[in-house]
Ligand binder design. Structure first.
Ligand code: FES
Length: 102
């Protein structure tokens, strides 16, 4: 699919995460100290939108049952049972625009 515009850098401030809809897929874009990361937004446990959870450092905590994922690697880092990691996507910044590689 290629490089898809996800938002302006000013819309995704450091320490925040937003959900963007890209070609019918919900993608979570996070800004950690000015670096942008992208994963699927849907929790691999029961499908909650991770954008409605919390971001602490690089740890995304699902708002439904508290599964934790690393926003850089997509790895599940804390949950009582094994669940799939999140799919991660490359990001890039050009001027003031954030792009996600799909
Ligand atoms: S839906 Fe995310 S932990 Fe259950």
């Amino acid at each position: 699919m290629g490089k898809i515009f996800a938002g302006k850098t000013t819309d995704i401030v450091p320490g925040k995460m937003i959900k963007v809809s890209i070609d019918g897929r919900e993608i979570l874009v996070t800004n950690i100290d000015g670096n942008f990361y992208a994963t699927d937004d849907s929790c691999t446990h029961s499908g909650a939108s991770l954008s409605e959870g919390k971001l602490d450092g690089c740890t995304i905590t699902c708002g439904w049952h508290a599964a934790e994922f690393d926003c850089k690697s997509g790895k599940m880092t804390k949950f009582p049972v094994k669940i799939r990691d999140l799919t991660v996507y490359s990001t890039s910044v050009e001027s003031d625009s954030v792009f996600v590689e799909m």
